[in-house]
Design a protein around this ligand. Structure first.
Ligand code: LCS
Length: 395
């Protein structure tokens, strides 16, 4: 990997691109093409056999997408990166490439609803089983690893409960078994947390969220060792085909340039809002990685540069009380997704995690009163005013 730009804030803008190779174009050109012309039949043969480098067909690679892939690899400190049509295309490609029938996947104590749904489908179709755990001690991780466990798959912070997994601890134990640790780094972004630096093997993202940052693209990214990424490109991506479009890569390259400054503002706004919500008489439990008094505050301090922009909290009362509170909001948008400029609020039990059976959902800590708030980039005082008036009006 090039690793040309030492500092993150510079790499998000420059890594993987040389203007002078592209007619001096400051912005990465949009290669809106499906295929590439060979100068002879023999060149086509050489390109297909890998003897000669070069693009052959956009499902196998595209120059605009390639810049983004190099950039995410650098930002995550992986050797190579790979882009997908959605976060779920990335999740499914990684899970399918690392499992076969009758394997076992050890997971964090909660996952995004559709990732959970995919694991349930793998169980039904191929008897690939999974277990969920906080993985919070060496003994616990040893106890949960089975002879047929082929990977550990974690989100941290976990969507939507914001529980944290100690990545250094998990990767240390996984190494003793020679099994890879896959981290969904969507909520943290590489600006706040770099799992590969902590010993993990593969990082993936729903780039739909903070990496895009503007609520206008659905996309996924993966970074890891060159061998793994090459295999993933030639198997799960090429043959299943969930590729990213060049235009989406172009939008993500644009979004990435401001990732550090956007994240700083998301984190600052979320910290202000957390302080206001914490201890409010209408609010029950509250979960925020920036809360240094929380049980897993030590994990946050160890592996996250800041607390991120998402806060989850329980409205005291019932599901109806939670929904009434949401309905009273004036400019905060009721919508799933997160990491956008706009503050978004959702009700996980009936929205992002509605597919999880009630018993498992409650085990994960997703109660009917739980609400997830993705704090946006607006003035935090305006965000608070809106939340406060909706809380004040609730019975
Ligand atoms: N991983 C995590 C942690 C996610 O939160 C999501 C989507 C995905 C993967 C899948 O990414 P996608 O295919 O949507 O790009 N999470 C969503 C959420 O919490 N609300 O809406 C989507």
């Amino acid at each position: 990997m090039a690793n040309k730009y030492q500092r993150f804030e510079t790499a998000v803008i420059h890594e993987g691109y040389d203007e002078l190779e592209m007619l001096g174009s400051l912005s990465v050109p949009l290669f809106q093409t499906s295929t590439y012309v060979f100068n002879s039949a023999e060149q086509g043969e050489r390109r297909f056999s890998g003897e000669e480098e070069g693009f052959v067909y956009s499902r196998l690679g595209n120059p605009t997408v390639r810049v983004l892939e190099e950039r995410i690899a650098r930002l995550e400190n992986g050797e190579k990166g790979l882009a997908f049509a959605s976060g779920m295309a990335a999740v499914s490609a990684v899970l399918l490439s690392l499992t076969k029938a009758n394997d076992h996947v050890l997971c964090s104590a909660g996952l995004y609803g559709c990732t959970y749904g995919l694991l349930m489908m793998l169980k039904e179709k191929y008897n690939i089983t999974s277990d969920f755990s906080l993985l919070d001690s060496e003994d616990e991780i040893h106890a949960k690893i089975k002879p047929e466990t082929t990977l550990i798959y974690v989100e941290t912070p976990i969507n939507p409960t914001m529980k944290l997994i100690d990545l250094e601890l998990v990767s240390k134990v996984a190494k003793q078994y020679g099994i890879p640790v896959v981290v969904d780094n969507t909520f943290s972004t590489p600006y706040l947390q770099r799992p590969i630096d902590l010993g993990c093997d593969i990082v993936l993202h729903s780039a739909t969220k903070y990496i895009g940052g503007h609520g206008d693209v659905i996309a996924g990214l993966v970074a890891g060792k060159a061998d793994f990424i090459d295999e993933l490109a030639m198997s799960a991506r090429k043959d299943i085909g969930g590729i990213m479009s060049p235009f989406d890569a172009w939008l993500l390259l644009r979004g990435l340039k401001t990732l550090p400054i956007r994240m700083d503002r998301h984190c600052k706004n979320a910290t202000h809002i957390f302080k206001k919500l914490n201890g409010h008489p209408k609010i029950g439990s509250i979960y925020f990685p920036g809360n240094t008094d929380a049980e897993d505050g030590k994990i946050a301090a160890k592996q996250m540069h800041k607390g991120g922009g998402v806060i989850s909290f329980e409205i005291k009362g019932s599901k109806r009380d939670a929904q009434r509170f949401m309905n009273r909001l004036k400019f905060i948008k009721i919508a799933v997704s997160l990491g956008d400029a706009e503050t978004l609020i959702e009700h996980p039990a009936t929205m992002t995690h509605a597919v999880v059976p009630e018993e498992s959902r409650l085990e994960m800590g997703i109660t009917d009163q739980l609400i997830r708030l993705s704090v946006g980039l607006e003035a935090w005082e305006d965000i608070w005013d809106d939340l406060e008036q909706a809380l004040a009006a609730s019975t």
